[in-house]
Design a protein around this ligand. Structure first.
Ligand code: EPZ
Length: 430
């Protein structure tokens, strides 16, 4: 099992390149199956979740051709099987995007029903509500969700809650349905807009993505396209908080500053200075962070995927801070790990009360999930002494070369796989 080992206490300095957005890429890859022509997709992050989805797609017959590390050609004309295997769902929840894509194109799809996961229960009732409104029959049998229809027709769908996944899945099912579909209370996340732009570049007619009403006019078929995925706002935010907790000064490249506004504004409340450029952003940390409060909200609110990184920063800020998690019920599982590094956090329900401490001290901790794992790494970068983060498998689901990118900013961090390598690192860093 691989781990990250970190000698903390070094302020990060320098430049870092941000990759393509994992969560946009997952939906766009699934959507690429919706034409019989070859689609070229660029700025793909090389992370486990993406590779697992590509494997699941090959499992249903999609032809995939890698073009270097960050681009792929996808051809969905050879899809001959509408059943996504359970094994792939175990590896990656987001293979549920194949439900909307296959239903939209072939009018049938069978995908394992995703269960709960480490951040909470993850129902898909809103996805199914949308499919049913468009005329599909849906049922759950033997652990699979089965959706099929003779024809799909446009519908007026009001989502009961703002859901990124349901908005994207319904949008995909609707692009080739007969007539017009309206999604109200739609998610406005940048990746919803990116998927809509991608589908439009294939000939779909989607208007309003990025607002809470999306209108889709069904078209007969989609065609080839070349598309570059937007930068990953969560990867970017993770580096921004890493600069904040280490007292650093870094410039992130390949970002869209507009997508980072909620994160930037919280960093400013913490006392950081933020300089925005066209496609870059600089974070300059203060001598001491100031505590503040935060509540996670759908975009443009503060993202739940950034909550653990924010909490780590508050844990070494002056004063008492309150973090309210309003999207997922189980997203404070890292708190016990952070306590091992000296943090003082009390969780009641979906609220964490954080009393800032002077500093973290290095410890051996485990990543409970993707974002919390990244947050523990940045705590390690700030901590006095050595931190070892176990279960980095989770982190690698969504971050490409996290260790190397931090090394490029001056951090002492390495990926190790044995006690011998841990000892070697200890000797090297002294
Ligand atoms: C997406 O998950 C992201 N995943 C998550 O990122 C992210 O945390 C989340 O959006 C919120 O921004 C992908 O894009 C692959 P939702 P998704 O549907 O689409 C409830 C990461 O770390 N809900 O917006 O599954 C749900 O339980 C991951 O990269 C229903 O009740 O999230 C939650 O409370 C983790 N019924 C809320 O809505 C439904 O049918 C928002 O979930 C759908 C959702």
């Amino acid at each position: 099992m691989e781990q990250y080992i970190i000698k903390g206490g070094i302020p990060l300095h320098g430049d870092v390149e941000i990759g393509g957005a994992k969560n946009a890429a997952l939906a766009i890859l699934a959507a690429a199956n919706m034409t019989n022509e070859t689609v070229y997709i660029d700025n793909l992050p090389d992370v486990r979740d993406i590779n697992a989805l590509l494997e699941a797609m090959e499992g249903i017959g999609t032809r995939i051709e890698r073009v270097g590390r960050h681009a792929v050609k996808v051809n969905g004309s050879s899809v001959e099987n509408f059943i996504v295997e359970s094994e792939s769902m175990k590896k990656i929840r987001a293979s549920y995007y194949l439900l909307g894509a296959l239903l939209g194109k072939y009018k049938k799809a069978q995908v394992p029903l995703p269960g709960g996961c480490n951040i909470g229960s993850r129902p898909i009732d809103q996805h199914l509500k949308g499919f049913k409104a468009m005329g599909a029959r849906t049922k759950v049998e033997h652990g699979f969700v089965i959706a099929e229809a003779e024809t799909l027709h446009g519908a007026h769908i009001f989502l009961d809650m703002v859901s990124v996944g349901a908005t994207i899945n319904i949008m995909m099912a609707a692009v080739m349905a007969e007539g017009s579909t309206t999604i109200e209370n739609a998610a406005k996340e940048p990746h919803v807009v990116d998927v809509a732009n991608f589908l439009n570049s294939m000939g779909a007619s989607i208007k309003g993505a990025g607002t809470d009403v999306i209108r889709i006019k069904g078209v007969r078929a989609l065609h080839r396209t070349e598309y570059s995925i937007i930068p990953d706002q969560i990867e970017a935010g993770t580096f921004m908080f890493a600069a904040a907790v280490t007292g650093g000064d870094i410039v992130l490249h390949n970002v869209i500053p507009k997508h980072l506004e909620a994160t930037s504004s919280k960093l400013m409340e913490l006392g950081c200075r933020i300089h925005e450029y066209d496609d870059a952003i600089q974070v300059v940390a203060p001598a001491k962070l100031q505590g503040t409060h935060v509540k996670t909200m759908p975009y443009p609110g503060f993202p739940t995927d950034m909550q653990p990184q924010m909490a780590v920063s508050l844990a070494i800020a002056d004063g008492t801070s309150i973090v309210t998690e309003s999207i997922f019920e189980n997203r404070f599982r890292y708190v016990d790990e952070l306590a091992r590094m000296g943090a003082s956090v009390k969780v009641e329900g979906n609220v964490a009360v954080i009393s800032g401490v002077e500093r973290f001290t290095g410890a051996r901790v485990s990543a409970p999930d993707l974002r919390a794992g990244a947050a523990l790494v940045i705590a390690g970068l700030a901590a006095e002494g050595i931190t070892i983060v176990d279960d980095i498998y989770y982190i690698e689901r969504g971050y490409e070369n996290l260790d190397q990118k931090f090394q490029g900013l001056g951090a002492k961090i390495e990926k190790v796989a044995s006690e011998k390598e841990i000892q070697k690192f200890r000797l090297k860093v002294g």
